[in-house]
Design a binder for this molecule. Structure first.
Ligand SMILES: [Zn+2]
Length: 106
């Protein structure tokens, strides 16, 4: 997976093409990411103690990983990242454009 939690990504396809947001979570199983503020859908809740009449809430829906590009924090552009094995530090991701390591904040 080239996308990690807390990355800033740009949507490349779909209804929200061009939107950017922070990755809230990554689902490694089916290759989807949840991006903050992107791809809102209405969720319909059943009646419950909290919502005696049911409710409609807006919530982010996950988007497929192939539809997002990581934005490099160094050159501030959507980029492809290359996995690189470092001798001691393990694996890191390198921006193809500016060759800087791409690390999520926080
Ligand atoms: Zn870069």
């Amino acid at each position: 997976m080239h996308v990690r939690k807390n990355d800033i990504v740009k949507l490349l396809a779909g209804d929200h093409k061009g939107a950017t947001g922070k990755v809230l979570s990554v689902d490694h199983g089916d290759g989807r990411v949840l991006v903050e503020g992107v791809n809102f859908v209405w969720k319909h809740l059943r009646r419950s103690q909290q919502h005696p009449h049911g409710a409609r809430i807006q919530k982010e829906a996950p988007v497929h990983i192939s539809k997002v590009a990581v934005i490099c924090q160094s050159c501030n552009k959507p980029t492809r990242v290359v996995m690189k094995e470092l001798e001691k530090a393990g694996r890191t991701r390198i921006c193809r454009k500016c060759k800087q390591a791409v690390t999520p904040e926080g």
